[in-house]
Design a protein around this ligand. Structure first.
Ligand code: UDP
Ligand code: MG
Length: 309
C-alpha cells in the first residue's frame, strides 16, 4: 500500500470542506485499484468560521482526514508549506478546497507520475468567469516576470500539482519566509508534465483575493524571483548621469557663447522633478528588496500551529 497525501489549504471555507471530501472520494475505486491510501490534510489558515469544526467532524468519520489549524491567518503559501511538511505520502498533491482544481483529474495525473515524471502541474487555459481587468493585469504580470526572471512562471498555472516525495523534499529544503510557490515549484527543476483544463468557478463562498492583494502578491513574486528591477534602477542611474553630463556641457557652452545665464527656469523645474521622481522610484525598488531581506533575516516561523492531528 502507498500513501497519497492531499494537501488542502482552507480559509473561511466551512461550506466546501465536506463538498471537497465527497468529490475527492469519487476517486475511491481508483485509489483502491492503485493500492493508494489517501491522507487528507486540511490546513485551517486562521478561519473565522467553523472550518476547523467541519474538519474535526469529518475526521470523526474517516481517520484518513487530518487537520492543521493555524493560530491566525498566515496566507495560502504558509498553508501549503505546513501541509507539505506534515505529509508522509509517496505521492503528494496540493489543491484548493473550492473545487476549482477538479479531483477528477487525479487518475490522469497519477498516470503521468507512473510514466516517470517527477511532478504533474495544471494550468487553466481560460479565465472564464473572472473580471476582465483582472485577467488583463494577470497576463501583463506573467509577461513581465518571465521577461525579468530566469525561473519560468507559467501563465494560468494553478497550485494544483501532483508530486513525488523527492520533489516535495526539494521544496521543503527551501525554508524561505517570502514564499512564492509558483516560482519555487519551477525553481527546483525536475521533469514536470503540464496538463490543461478549462477554468472552473468556485463551488461555494467567495475568492479571498482582492485586486490589491493580487497586486502585492505580484510584487512579492517579482522580488522573490528576480533582481532585474535593481539592475533597471542602476541602469537608469547611469543613463541620467550621462544625460546630466551632456546638459552641463551644453549649459557651459551656451553661457560662454551666448552669455545667457538666468533664463531657463521652467526647464530647470522639469529636470528637477523628473530626476527626483526617478530617484524616489529607484529608492522604492531598493526598499522592496531591503524589506524582504529584513523579513528573511528576522527568521520568524512561517506559521504557528494551534491544533494538529
Ligand atoms: N486560502 C488560504 N489562505 C488565505 C487565502 C486563501 O488558505 O489567506 C485558500 C482558500 O481557502 C482556497 C485557496 O487558498 O482553498 C485558493 O483561494 P481562492 O479560491 O480564494 O483563490 P482563487 O481561486 O480565487 O485564486
Ligand atoms: Mg478558488
Amino acid at each position: 500500500m502507498r500513501t497519497l497525501s492531499v494537501i488542502v489549504p482552507c480559509y473561511n471555507e466551512e461550506d466546501n470542506i465536506r463538498l471537497f471530501y465527497n468529490e475527492l472520494m469519487k476517486n475511491a475505486d481508483f485509489f483502491e485499484e492503485k493500492e493508494l491510501v489517501p491522507e487528507i490534510i486540511y490546513i485551517d489558515d486562521g478561519s473565522k468560521d467553523s472550518t476547523a469544526a467541519e474538519v474535526r467532524a469529518l475526521a470523526g468519520e474517516d481517520s484518513h482526514v487530518h487537520l492543521i489549524s493555524f493560530s491566525r491567518n498566515f496566507g495560502k503559501e504558509a498553508g501549503l508549506y505546513a501541509g507539505l511538511k506534515k505529509s508522509t505520502g509517496e505521492f503528494i498533491v496540493t489543491m484548493d478546497v473550492d473545487l476549482q482544481d477538479p479531483p477528477s483529474l487525479l487518475p490522469e495525473m497519477l498516470g503521468y507520475i507512473e510514466e516517470g515524471y517527477d511532478s504533474v502541474a495544471t494550468r487553466r487555459v481560460s479565465r472564464k468567469g473572472e473580471p476582465p481587468i483582472r485577467s488583463f493585469f494577470a497576463r501583463k504580470f506573467y509577461k513581465l516576470i518571465n521577461r525579468m526572471s530566469k525561473t519560468e512562471i507559467v501563465d494560468g498555472a494553478r497550485d494544483y500539482r501532483l508530486m513525488t516525495r523527492q520533489f516535495v523534499d526539494a521544496i521543503l529544503s527551501m525554508p524561505e519566509y517570502n514564499r512564492f510557490t509558483k516560482g519555487i515549484f519551477s525553481w527546483v527543476g525536475f521533469e514536470t508534465k503540464w496538463i490543461e483544463f478549462e477554468n472552473v468557478e468556485r463551488a461555494k463562498g467567495e475568492t479571498k483575493w482582492s485586486f490589491w492583494k493580487l497586486f502585492l502578491y505580484a510584487i512579492d513574486g517579482i522580488v522573490a524571483f528576480t533582481t532585474a528591477p535593481l539592475a533597471i534602477a542602476s541602469f537608469m542611474g547611469v543613463l541620467f548621469c550621462v544625460l546630466a553630463f551632456v546638459l552641463i556641457i551644453v549649459t557651459i557652452i551656451r553661457k560662454l557663447v551666448f552669455g545667457d545665464p538666468t533664463s531657463g527656469w521652467p526647464s530647470l523645474v522639469c529636470i528637477i522633478s523628473l530626476v527626483s521622481g526617478v530617484q524616489l522610484f529607484c529608492l522604492g525598488i531598493i526598499g522592496q528588496y531591503m524589506s524582504k531581506t529584513y523579513m528573511e533575516v528576522k527568521n520568524r516561523p512561517i506559521y504557528l500551529i494551534k491544533e494538529e492531528f
